[in-house]
Design a protein around this ligand. Structure first.
Ligand SMILES: [Zn+2]
Length: 373
């Protein structure tokens, strides 16, 4: 294993952060997998999974079983990790810009489509190399001017030529679930099965503020459709955001289980020597992100949950009550769809309009921007 430290642009004087990446196998020797943890810096389960995965990968490397290349970034957000306000870690948004660390990644489709038009040929592999080179050139042309921009730029440089990308996050309180772009479902479904995901949420572009995983898989299916009648474009990068349950689901038992599942998936896709264990039966079917219902507090109050994460519910089921401690109100929060309660807030005091929990159903009920800013 080789560790590389990438200096980030320093926002001031007398301070310098860096991003560390761990590299297993050899560049260009085969398929490349990229795994990063805790891009939202207060989402720690993935950080522990990375530690367990590192041990497995080092052993595999010593046995000569790393057929391709694995890049593991165990701590993807040193900026957010250092942000503390009133004793609370602030890891989702950068305090300086108020921007979400997992938004505003490059729109590679827009950046490269004109560059590669007219140069694509009949060979999908050749087109893949051409598109990847154009993506690298697009990054070369960017000049980050803030520390956050340099973090995003560094993460993109490390990952944009990967065949498989796993971005490890977590929710407040949740069962394990994944976000994936619909054209990549077939490639990612085995990972969902190995991990025992309880919801596999797909979308075709979730909105204009491009997330890390969508920046990497999005250009491939968009270019494939754009050039459909002219040249074959492979779905060369399958990326996903994996939500490793809730923020406090940090344990060696879970991390070892998840690291082993990722290891098996990397065997399954041929980055590591196999054989991979048989893909277990899926614990959920893929459902549209547009089919998720977010339930909100209609007024302030104490949140009293009536359902657990992972529970299958029917339309009309009461998921929680919001209790007004000054009045007589105790308002039931009722789902309007059938599905699984896959995530809920960890706060028990709701301000008006606060999102309380989410249910994943089979039928689309939303459109437009599907992710929070
Ligand atoms: Zn996150």
């Amino acid at each position: 294993m080789q560790q590389i430290n990438h200096p980030l642009l320093s926002p001031s004087l007398g301070t310098q952060r860096h991003l560390s990446s761990w590299h297993f196998g050899r560049t260009g020797s085969g398929s490349k997998a990229y795994v990063q943890a805790s891009l939202h810096a207060d989402e720690l389960p993935g950080m522990l999974v990375a530690q367990h995965l590192r041990v497995l990968l080092e052993a595999a490397e010593q046995r000569g079983e790393v057929l391709g290349e694995v890049v593991l970034v165990p701590l993807a957000n040193p900026i957010g990790l250092s942000q503390t306000a009133m004793h609370h870690q602030v890891g989702r948004f950068e305090l300086a810009s108020m921007e979400n660390f997992n938004r505003h990644y490059p729109d590679f489709f827009a950046l490269v489509k004109d560059e590669v038009a007219g140069r694509l040929g009949p060979d999908p592999e050749g087109n893949k190399r051409l598109i990847r080179a154009a993506m690298q050139q697009a990054l070369d042309a960017q000049a980050p001017s803030t520390e956050l921009q340099s973090l995003r730029h560094t993460l993109m440089r490390l990952s944009c030529d990967a065949d498989v990308v796993l971005d490890l996050h977590c929710d407040y309180e949740a069962v394990l679930h994944m976000y994936v772009e619909q054209p990549m479902l077939d490639q990612m479904a085995p990972l969902a099965s190995y991990l025992g995901a309880r919801a596999l949420l797909w979308a075709r572009g979730s909105g204009p503020l491009i997330s890390f995983d969508e920046a990497l898989s999005g250009p491939w299916w968009r270019l494939r459709e754009h050039f459909a009648d002219r040249a074959p474009v492979p779905l060369a990068c399958a990326s996903t955001t994996v939500e490793l349950r809730g923020q406090t689901d940090v344990s060696d038992a879970l991390a070892a289980q998840d690291a082993q599942a990722i290891f098996h998936y990397l065997q399954h896709v041929g980055v590591l020597a196999g054989p991979a264990p048989a893909v277990p039966p899926a614990m959920c079917e893929p459902t549209p992100l547009a089919g998720t219902e977010a339930l909100h507090a209609p007024h302030p109050g104490v949140v009293v949950f009536r359902s657990q994460v992972g529970e299958q519910v029917q339309a009309g089921h009461v998921l929680a009550h919001v209790v007004d401690p000054l009045g007589q109100r105790s308002t039931p929060i009722t789902t309007s769809i059938n599905g699984v309660v896959y995530a809920r807030h960890n706060l028990r005091w709701a301000t008006s309009g606060m999102e309380i929990c989410r249910v994943a159903g089979r039928d689309p009920i939303r459109s437009g921007n599907l992710l929070s800013p």
